[in-house]
Design a protein around this ligand. Structure first.
Ligand code: WTA
Length: 701
């Protein structure tokens, strides 16, 4: 397994492209390898390489048949893959199934009394809420009946969900799926503006929300956002017809406070009429869309990544078994938010399809203290934990010894969302896993539906700082600018692509197939007319290095996407929010390395002559970002400057700004139209930082 020269140790490392996160990637040393933990060799779902052999023997696409065989079919599929219209692929063609039946009905006979969802509220004084498979099935059926009877939801309709982390979120998702309706979950931390755009873009007539939820011991009034979101959607030509409101306390009285023009239905109250009602799961064709997940891209507005029913679900189930090694009798904890893709695939659809117990935790990892996750894990006997490097760094920083004080029994520990540095990795492995659990650093994206790159717990040696090899059936490659593969172990970085289709790949961008092709395939496709999928490599937008042993190290985004604490934000979206502030002439957002949260956005705004006081501009910029997107996009600093560094053709040099904000070498600036601008900005940033430690200074927020 040892590589002659490990990437990152020596040799020139090329920057994949100007700008982007990958250009500021932290170049730590890749470590290891460590052998897979002994215990897993006897217990893991996948203990030998037969699966790889089958992929080699049956090859593409037939080997994926066994992923489809993990599902319950109403009508069996007749063809594994149809690639006749690349890059629009169909999986498990001719089949019919229902996703909610796969998560619920199929388990009733054998595991009906087993816990499906265990809800752990933020407050430690509140008791867990337990939903067995039978109970979850009942709740989903009742809500499906209500959605159909009271809100007229039918197969193919889109329904927007703006819900926090409580059981009502998966209940609503599965009720939509039961009817064949397409759910579009908007992360609860997104603002009314962001939610409104997503309602309008998806063409939802119905919005499902909740009166409020708990965050750090404070009640967050969530329902008010729904009314503002409906105004935003109406402005964009989509009027909501129904607003369905859950109450955080199921027994709570009708939610109070102001209402809007959209008729509200109080769900807990209305559901009484549907007690015990069942709804036949609607048979859906394999390729029927299951959900939309809006995600930030390089340009303008977030795009609705559309995932299909069979391909997505099969891939979710297969990778939950293979990589997270979830067994039906496991207690599994995905410490993420269902409002992002990780929660969709690895809190809801993957674990429930396998019949496991999935924990839903309302709170954030370090509330009320950084010992909380370990208290929960010990109390519930969690077998598998899946979380983000940001959470790991935070827990380590706040209470490095906390896990040692508990009887933890993790078998597999997963991480996702950002690169994890070897130091944090080691703590996860040693302190949290006691050296007995496998750590899997899983790389994937909203668009890919599930994990593409990771070690497999019982089989692959682990290398801290490196995600690992591609999963069976996943044809990853690192290409140079011209599309030529970069030799393994050369130490040169390039663009990560996937050369062959796989079932989890999104189907398209909702109602924008051209943008789908342009964003993900135009880069390396040479012949738009080609009907051969081999001509359509999927462009991931990530920079990567491939070691001699085929292990992949992810460097980060090479496009205008910033991963903030593992949450994906578009720089363009943040920039357009800045431009709504009077006096702001130009805006540029750059990622800045942060020891805990991975990367945070910092904003440079150039003000027009005669603009208000810089301090005021800065706070207005922050407010605008929170209004347009949400608090998650809050910049670490806003730098108000007179001029942007630009090329002679007038392009803002984000690479230079990123270097200045990160305190690194700005590189070649001779192509700038006015190199003196750089010195001025450097002074401005230095003065700001020194006046308040590393925190933002005057003229910043
Ligand atoms: C980044 C989250 C390094 C990457 C599932 C990707 C990672 C983006 C890893 C997708 C990892 C995800 N190591 N970087 N293990 N996993 N990323 O769409 O830049 O929210 O493109 O999906 O997160 O973010 P998204």
């Amino acid at each position: 397994m040892a590589s002659p020269r490990r990437p990152g140790e020596s040799g020139p490392e090329e920057r994949p492209e100007e700008g982007g996160e990958a250009a500021i990637a932290a170049h730590w040393r890749e470590e290891g390898p460590l052998p897979p933990p002994e215990g897993l060799r006897r217990t893991a779902n996948v203990r030998d390489r037969a699966l790889w052999d089958r992929f080699a023997r049956a090859g593409f696409p037939d080997a994926f048949r066994e992923f489809g065989d993990l599902l319950d079919w109403i009508r069996p599929f007749r063809q594994v893959f149809d690639g006749s219209r690349p890059p629009f692929y169909r999986w498990f063609v001719g089949g019919e199934l229902n996703a909610s039946a796969n998560c619920l009905d199929r388990h009733l006979a054998t595991r009906g009394d087993r816990v499906a969802i265990r809800f752990v509220p933020e407050s430690e004084r509140a008791e867990d809420r337990i939903l067995t498979y039978r109970a979850l099935h009942a709740r989903v059926n009742e809500l499906a009946a209500l959605l159909r009877e009271e809100a007229g939801v039918l197969a193919g309709d889109r329904v927007t969900l703006h819900l926090p982390m409580t059981p009502e979120l998966p209940i609503t998702m599965l009720a939509c799926a039961r009817l064949g309706a397409v759910h579009s979950v908007v992360f609860a931390g997104f603002s009314a503006e962001a939610c409104g755009h997503r309602i309008a873009d998806s063409g939802s007539r119905v919005l499902v929300t909740m009166d409020g939820f708990w965050r750090r011991g404070r009640w967050v009034d969530h329902r008010a956002i729904a009314h503002r979101a409906s105004e935003v959607a109406a402005r964009e030509g989509r009027s909501l017809e129904r607003l369905l409101v859950w109450t955080r306390e199921p027994e709570a009285p009708r939610p109070g406070g102001p209402t809007g023009p959209v008729p509200e239905l109080h769900l807990a109250e209305a559901l009484v009429r549907f007690r015990g009602t069942t709804v036949e799961p609607v048979p859906m064709p394999s390729e029927a869309p299951l959900f939309l997940m809006y995600t930030s891209g390089t340009t303008g507005r977030p795009k609705g990544a559309q995932h299909g029913t069979a391909g997505y679900l099969a891939y979710a189930a297969a990778t939950t078994r293979l990589v997270l090694d979830v067994h039906p009798d496991d207690v599994y904890w995905g410490l993420a938010d269902i409002g992002w893709i990780t929660g969709h695939t690895y809190i809801v659809y993957g674990p429930l399809t396998l019949g496991a117990t999935t924990i839903l935790y309302e709170g954030i990892p370090d509330y009320p203290d950084a010992d909380r996750p370990w208290r929960i894990a010990e109390r519930l006997g969690v077998d598998v934990l899946y979380t983000s490097p940001t959470a790991i760094r935070q827990l380590r920083k706040e209470a490095p010894d906390a896990p040692l004080r508990h009887r933890l029994r993790f078998r597999v520990l997963g991480t996702v969302g950002e690169p994890i540095e070897p130091e944090a990795w080691r703590w996860y492995f040693d302190a949290v896993g006691g050296g007995r659990a496998a750590v899997v650093d899983t790389w994937w994206q909203t668009e890919t539906g599930g994990i593409l790159c990771s070690t497999v717990p019982a089989l692959d040696p682990m290398k801290p700082g490196s995600a690992g090899p591609p999963l069976p059936g996943i044809d990853l490659a690192v290409l140079d600018e011209h599309g030529a593969p970069i030799a393994r172990g050369s130490g040169r970085a390039g663009n990560l692509v996937v050369r062959a289709p796989w079932p989890g790949l999104m189907q398209t961008i909702w109602e924008d197939p051209d943008r789908f092709v342009a964003t993900y395939f135009a880069r390396y496709n040479r012949d738009r007319a080609s009907r051969d999928w081999r001509d359509w490599p999927y462009f991931t937008g990530d920079g990567a290095l491939e070691a001699a042993d085929g292990y992949i190290r992810i460097l980060g985004r090479i496009d205008d996407v910033i991963n903030v604490a593992g949450h994906r934000l578009g720089s363009k979206e943040i920039e357009s929010a800045c431009l709504t502030v009077p006096g702001v002439a130009e805006a540029a957002v750059v990622p800045v390395l942060d020891p805990v949260r991975g990367r945070l956005p910092e904003v440079f705004v150039a003000i027009a002559p005669g603009a208000p006081d810089p301090g005021e501009v800065a706070s207005r910029v922050t407010a605008a970002i929170e209004r347009e997107i949400g608090k998650i996009a809050r910049p670490r600093a806003v730098w108000v400057i007179a001029d942007m560094p630009k090329t002679r053709s007038g392009k803002i040099m984000r690479r230079v700004l990123a270097a200045l904000a990160n305190g690194t070498d700005a590189g070649d600036i001779t192509t700038l139209s006015d190199p003196a601008v750089v010195e001025e900005i450097r002074r401005r940033v230095a003065a700001g930082r020194s006046s308040s430690g590393s925190a933002p200074g005057p003229g910043s927020t």
